[in-house]
Design a protein around this ligand. Structure first.
Ligand code: NAD
Length: 372
């Protein structure tokens, strides 16, 4: 059952196309600050309820990021054993079906099982370049003009890096060479966060993927690790280092833990093992709010997901506005630094409240103010 409150959802559109067997839905949660922004999730199990929850997260994330976007999300039920051609036909049919609300009420983006190629197909079928973001970098509005900014540029990892720098300064930690970092997940978000942090001189001692974890207390070589991951498919083939199970990343002796893979990484069974004094949530929902409360009480600083990983949606805004990639990176840095500092400052004013509570208050107050 979709839950409604003072913010939304404003609109739920369910669409079918018998010819392609497309069944999809869009939840426009809120357009108070601008058109609802959010990705297209294409899985066999996706539901309106799931999409509505994700659309609400986007409402708060865009508000906190200070973007003129509201929250939205869509789902397409993926048929079993779907071929690539069938997938593209379904995306095309979905895009045409939701055309009346794009981009005035909803702007799409990639999510699970949709990437830049699907965004290209979506934009062409919709007839509007502004109907979605995350398009290929060579997709043009006018001949010769570049406008797509795919997720592969690494805007989220870049934003996670800046959120980490702000938190490190806040904690008064001075020498990056002595600050040990573990990064859970070495995919899009994790690799870019690792790149920028190692370039800044931080001691990157551990990372993981679905096959396991690699740890070396003297530090990992970022470029070598990238090569190993590309050639051998897993970070666990890197040497020298100790190979462990992926979940052991939680208890490692490090100063900073950056999450960049699975939900509920930190949970009631392992939160007591955490040695890190700072956790930056690059992934979505790496722990429940209850676990965040427990860590907060233990004095561990947790930068919440919708503060730290907003680089992706800020990049989407840059693409929507037709900015070039350089301008996009400048905007991500400016906004992530500003918002992380704001949340830390407000939390201090409120007797060191939990950062998520403070961030939520800021996001909600902006929506309420605009609604008046
Ligand atoms: P990705 O698919 O590029 O990378 C995920 C990585 O996690 C891979 O290296 C994979 O091997 C690893 N992994 C899978 N299971 C694991 C496990 N059990 N333990 C450790 N590692 C494991 O995904 P991504 O785009 O980097 O996204 C990572 C997280 O960040 C997700 O929660 C996603 O929702 C969130 N996020 C991503 C973006 C973005 O722009 N890419 C934006 C906001 C939030």
């Amino acid at each position: 059952m979709v839950e409604f409150d003072e913010f939304g959802p404003e609109k739920i559109l369910e669409v079918y196309d018998p010819k392609t067997k497309m069944h999809g839905f869009v939840v426009v949660d809120s357009t108070v600050l601008g058109p609802g922004k959010g990705g297209i999730r294409m899985t066999s199990s996706v539901t309106i309820d799931e999409v509505a929850k994700l659309a609400r997260v986007m409402t708060y994330k865009c508000s906190l990021a200070g973007l003129p976007f509201g929250g939205g999300k869509s789902g397409i039920v993926a048929p079993k054993n779907m071929t690539k051609e069938q997938k593209h036909e379904i995306i095309r049919a979905f895009s045409k079906a939701i055309k009346p609300i794009c981009p005035s009420k909803y702007i799409a983006a990639p999510d699970i099982n949709t990437a830049e190629e699907e965004m290209r197909i979506f934009a062409l079928a919709n007839g509007s370049m502004r109907s979605c973001t995350g398009k290929p970098s060579n997709m043009c509005v006018k001949p010769g003009e570049k406008c797509g900014i795919p997720h592969e540029y690494g805007s989220t990892g870049f934003g996670v890096y800046h959120a980490t720098l702000v938190a490190v300064n806040y904690l008064g930690w001075k020498n990056p060479k002595e600050i040990r970092i573990a990064i859970e997940g070495f995919g899009n978000v994790g690799t870019f966060a690792a790149k920028y942090l190692t370039e800044k001189g931080f001691k990157f001692v551990a990372t993981s993927d679905s096959k396991g974890l690699i740890y070396n207390k003297n530090g990992l070589d970022y470029s070598k690790l990238m090569k190993v991951k590309k050639e051998k498919g897993t970070v666990t083939k890197y040497a020298p280092g100790k190979v462990m199970k992926s979940e052991n990343i939680v208890g490692l002796d490090v100063d900073i833990l950056i999450t960049a893979a699975i939900p509920n990484l930190v949970n009631k069974n392992n939160y007591n093992k955490i040695k890190a004094k700072l956790i930056v949530e690059g992934s979505n929902i790496p722990m429940t709010h209850d676990i965040e409360n427990k860590l907060h009480k233990k004095g561990i600083l947790v930068i919440p997901d919708f503060v730290a990983n907003a680089g992706g949606v800020i990049s989407s805004y840059a693409e929507y506005k037709g900015y070039n990639p350089k301008h996009m990176f400048t905007l991500v840095e400016k906004k992530i630094v500003k918002n992380t500092k704001l949340v830390l400052k407000e939390a201090e004013k409120k007797k060191h409240s939990k950062l998520r509570d403070v961030a939520m208050e800021i996001a909600i107050s902006r929506i309420r103010k605009k609604k008046k």
